[in-house]
Design a protein around this ligand. Structure first.
Ligand code: SF4
Length: 450
């Protein structure tokens, strides 16, 4: 393989795949099953399965990143395999990162996030999940997480979950309405209440309340599996902390590096892996370790995937369309810091206290259960340190955290220029959006080199 870091097209990815020795392809498999668990596949496989956006996207050319993409695109197959091979498949919705830790403490139980299917319409450049969602009552002006409604309705993107846990209370309204519509289709949902934080000195009773909710999840799982070893949860927490630490290390390398060692798209996929390890946490941990080693070597060698003069920016709120993350790099920017509404999945979980309480305390650091100022504290720090020269905020039309929050974010971070993009429906990125991003990059570049 070529060792010079860079970004490649789908055809270049195919060429690399064709040059890989068979023993490397055999090495990587999910659920430790070498017979049917291989996932290092040529991109044409995912393209044929529907991921048409691959032909427009560019990817990191390291083996670690290509392994990651193979694994991520394989998730739907993996979930069906899980079910066929006798594992329990558990849908965890809305809390983005905490309930799966409990699920993973049970043997052969696989958590996944149905709403994370919101990327599928974009990767597939298709409305086949969004249209049924609209017909079933989700408005057009609602977050693309409504794709989950289409997926539950079509019963084709993941198997019927053995249990569905969903957050409510201080959760996102769009997602909550989508879940209620899914319940209306006849799915039984176990709701968990999330308290609103009211500042970082929130009342202690909130932790108690959440702890009880998590114990309720445990009991449900115990009844489903006849397995009852709470000490296993402490072990799972250690594993999850190892993953979270690795991801923080990757983020720190990306933040500090002179030349960007990893594209923004891959970094986003890595951060979201903290939520549930893309339905095979052990394999995912191994992939993240490999990416970490790759990034570390690049930084040590002063090599990267973008031009050394790319302007450092922060990205706030994940983009449903991955293509946008590619585009800003084409225009001369690089992402060094992010706020993807998943802070709860990035923080360390305390290991020295009772595990359910530890989970509750970690969740109380969540991005979406407090004020905007709390949410963007990390970005504010990077702005104050002079590391960030601009802010990109992506919105979904009608999404609950967007309507009032975007203006506030711009206000709190007014020391640097910001741009807000409403992410359009699949294949909807217009010349106007491209021009705005290009002009933003140019403005930043002028300020950057003054
Ligand atoms: S509106 Fe925001 S928080 Fe809610 S589901 Fe969509 S992206 Fe997630």
């Amino acid at each position: 393989m070529n060792n010079i870091p860079g970004k490649i097209t789908m055809s270049e990815w195919s060429e690399i795949f064709n040059s890989l020795p068979e023993k490397i392809i055999e090495r990587y498999c999910y659920y430790n099953n070498n017979e049917w668990g291989r996932y290092l596949q040529p991109p044409a496989t995912f393209f044929v399965y529907g991921a048409r956006e691959l032909k427009r996207l560019k990817f990191d050319n390291s083996l670690a990143a290509l392994r990651m993409w193979g694994f991520v695109f394989n998730e739907s197959e993996r979930l069906f395999r899980a079910k066929q091979s006798g594992k329990k498949v558990i849908a965890t919705c809305g809390d983005l990162g905490t309930v799966p830790v409990i699920i993973m403490g049970f043997p052969d139980c696989i958590p996944f996030y149905p709403e994370c299917i919101w990327w599928t319409p974009f990767f597939n450049e298709s409305n086949v999940l969004l249209e049924p969602a609209h017909q079933l009552g989700a408005p057009e002006a609602a977050c693309f997480s409504k794709a989950a409604l289409g997926a539950f309705y079509k019963r084709a993107y993941f198997p019927k979950p053995d249990l569905i846990f969903a957050s409510t209370g201080a959760s996102c309204d769009d997602y909550s309405c989508v879940l209620q519509l899914i319940e209306g289709l006849g799915y039984e949902i176990e709701w968990l209440e999330i308290p609103y934080r009211r500042g970082f000195d929130y009342p202690e009773r909130f932790v108690k309340y959440l702890t009880n909710e998590y114990e309720r999840v445990y009991k449900k799982m115990k009844n489903l599996t006849n397995f009852d070893k709470p000490e296993q949860l402490a072990e799972t927490i250690k594993k999850i902390n190892r993953l979270r630490l690795r991801v923080e290390e990757i983020k720190a390398l990306v933040y500090n590096a002179d030349i960007s060692p990893l594209p923004a798209l891959e970094l986003m996929v890595i951060e979201f892996g903290n939520l549930y390890g893309y339905a095979d946490i052990d394999e995912w941990l191994d992939i993240v370790d490999m990416i970490y080693e790759t990034v570390k070597q690049r930084v040590a060698a002063h090599q990267g995937v973008l031009s050394p003069d790319a302007v450092p920016v922060a990205w706030i709120t994940p983009s449903a369309d991955p293509y946008l993350l590619n585009l800003i790099e084409d225009y001369g920017m690089r992402v060094v810091e992010t706020e993807y509404v998943i802070n709860q999945a990035l923080v360390k979980i305390e290991e020295a206290i009772e595990p359910f309480t530890a989970l509750a305390k970690s969740f109380m650091k969540a991005s979406l259960i407090g004020s905007t100022r709390e949410r963007i504290a990390r970005i504010q720090k990077a702005v104050a340190a002079g590391r960030i020269k601009g802010i990109i905020i992506t919105n979904m039309l009608g999404a609950s955290h967007c309507a009032m929050e975007t203006g506030l974010i711009g206000y709190y971070l007014r020391d640097v220029p910001s741009i807000t993009i409403d992410v359009p429906a699949p294949s909807g990125i217009t010349e106007q959006i491209k021009n705005r991003l290009m002009a933003f990059a140019e403005t930043l570049r002028q300020g950057y080199y003054e």
